[in-house]
Design a protein around this ligand. Structure first.
Ligand SMILES: [Zn+2]
Length: 551
């Protein structure tokens, strides 16, 4: 018996020794040839499973079957908007640090409104140079991205490209040192002088081929018979918006008619915007020979698929339009992965797929089903608040803006009238808290002591950038959203799981097969990639590598 135990112990020792040696053997500087980042704009985590049975084997299911899925990935800040999401994924950081505090935000010092990617010092390339849609760069992002760190780590030998219909979806992920970022303006792919002075010939040719108009001409019919789609509501229902006020809302949708009235960018709010984005991504892969860097350094292609967001805003999340958009995206992703297998080699590249935020249900739909929710009518709130303050202090326009559900106080006005800012803030907070839509209103500078759940404090503080955020954060009741024009479609921006629970799936080189239900965060994506690549995490990173993902 003693001998048996001794032999067993020896075996354990030897086993551990062999394991340690093999682990040490893996401590090399091997890297994938290419990293492909895919951000699906407005993709709720549950879309992975809601349409699972209808997905093919090559797209989302291939990622789940071969790769690693972090099933409980949360966004750790509010507001949950596109520009912030893309920046967080690529910096591992939050607005408090990277400074992208909204799609649009106000600079406190100057009270000027700034678009996240706005850069008036550059011009568009591929359109009228004075068109503001071309005057874009990543300069407003104060932190480095994982793409920037890859450039720094390889002495700029790695090549980095960003592609998306939305400028911010291409520019913010590609980072400050990118070779190029391309986005779409009126159906054409463009860039800015931040990257180059002339569009590459192959992009010009892609524009000339005018696939946009070809898709618009064909219109949008469902990929499968309409009666096989699952929505609880019929295709013609009061919760969906229209491409043009008087136009048809049901399949088949006449896109030419919509484009005649609204311009060729109508393509963005169809699944074909994603198809075009992935087709251009393939072209860039081919022409730039990504994944075949002569120096052996890994290249990086950062793709964002924006159409899902446009379709979601317009038709809400429980529509045949959304289902068809995801079924088509699944097919397009399958084709794209096949292309990567051919061009770069199966197992030679690493892909990750995530989202910048999710989306709520249409509140009217929830109310009609006997749930709680509502539309916050914001139109007069700024005036109401200013009128209340004027009545109390006899000073006009104490609040200069209301944006991202934040109240911006005009300290020039407050200081010159020698008013008490603390008293003003508490009056505003008390007024806001009485509103039906509002659960909490939080003084940003005092968020850590606010009487709100701990996680909401963390999200508020992470989202608060002193120089670029407002003074008071409004937090809605669950399932309440701002009413824009009509009570149709949906939006996002809140802390709630429908907006903040995102998919995160890795696949390919260096990735284990499996899943975890342990909480992980959007900020963990960049440090996980940094660990995979043996490079420094971005300089504002506050996330942690998800170690279960890595082989
Ligand atoms: Zn959106």
């Amino acid at each position: 018996m003693k001998l048996l135990i001794q032999r067993f112990l020896l075996f354990i020792l030897l086993f551990n020794f062999v394991n340690t040696v093999s682990a040490q053997l893996k401590n090399t500087n091997e890297r994938p040839k290419l990293i492909v980042g895919i951000v699906v704009d407005q993709m709720r985590w549950d879309y992975l499973y809601k349409y699972y049975d209808r997905y093919g084997n090559d797209g989302f299911k291939r990622m789940l079957n071969e790769g690693f899925t972090a099933e409980n990935t949360q966004i750790p800040y509010i507001p949950t908007y596109t520009a912030i999401g893309h920046t967080c994924i690529y910096t591992g950081s939050v607005p408090a640090i990277h400074g992208i505090s909204g799609n649009n935000f106000y600079i406190r010092e100057t009270k000027t409104r700034m678009y996240c990617a706005q850069d008036d010092s550059v011009n568009g390339v591929g359109l009228d140079p004075n068109n503001k849609d071309g005057k874009m760069s990543p300069r407003n992002n104060l932190a480095t991205t994982i793409t920037d760190e890859l450039k720094l780590a390889t002495d700029f030998k790695s090549r980095v490209f960003g592609v998306a219909l939305k400028d911010r979806g291409a520019i913010l992920p590609a980072g400050h040192f990118a070779d190029a970022a391309y986005w779409m303006v009126d159906g054409n792919w463009i860039t800015s002088t931040f990257y180059m002075n002339t569009l590459p010939q192959y992009i010009q040719d892609f524009n000339k081929a005018d696939y946009t108009s070809q898709f618009l001409k064909k219109g949008w019919s469902t990929m499968y018979p309409l009666n096989t789609y699952s929505p609880h509501v019929p295709d013609n229902n009061p919760y969906e918006g229209r491409y043009f006020d008087e136009g048809s809302i049901t399949f088949p949708i006449n896109l030419s008619e919509a484009a005649d009235k609204n311009g060729r960018d109508v393509i963005k709010a169809t699944p074909f915007g994603n198809t075009l984005t992935l087709e251009l991504s393939k072209l860039i892969l081919d022409k730039e020979k990504l994944g075949h860097n002569p120096t052996g350094a890994p290249d990086f292609l950062a793709i964002s698929l924006s159409s899902t967001d446009y379709v979601g805003h317009q038709f809400a999340i429980n529509s045949a339009k959304i289902e068809d958009t995801y079924l088509r995206l699944d097919k397009d992703l399958g084709d794209f992965f096949h292309y990567l297998d051919q061009k770069v080699g199966k197992g030679q590249y690493t892909v990750f797929l995530s989202a910048d935020h999710g989306a709520a249900h249409n509140p009217q739909f929830i109310i009609d089903e006997k749930g709680n929710g509502g539309f916050n009518v914001n139109k007069d709130l700024l005036n109401d608040l200013n009128n209340m303050l004027e009545a109390a202090f006899n000073v006009k326009k104490i609040i200069y803006a209301l944006t991202n559900n934040q109240v911006h106080l005009d300290y020039q006005v407050i200081d010159s009238a020698k008013l008490d800012a603390e008293r003003i803030k508490s009056m505003i907070i008390n007024h806001l808290k009485k509103r039906h839509a509002v659960a909490f209103a939080v003084d940003m500078e005092k968020a850590s002591s606010a009487t709100i759940p701990e996680w909401l404090k963390t999200m508020t503080i992470n989202g608060y950038n002193y120089k670029r955020s407002g003074d008071i954060q409004i937090i809605f009741e669950p399932q309440w959203i701002d009413l824009y024009k009509n009570p149709t479609g949906t939006t996002h921006g809140a802390w709630n799981p429908y907006d903040s629970h995102i998919p995160l799936v890795f696949m390919g080189w260096g990735i284990k097969h499996g899943n975890t239900n342990a909480p992980t965060y959007m900020t963990d994506i960049a440090p996980t990639l940094a660990a995979l690549l043996h490079i420094q995490a971005p300089n504002g990173n506050i996330g942690k590598p998800i170690i279960q993902v890595l082989e």
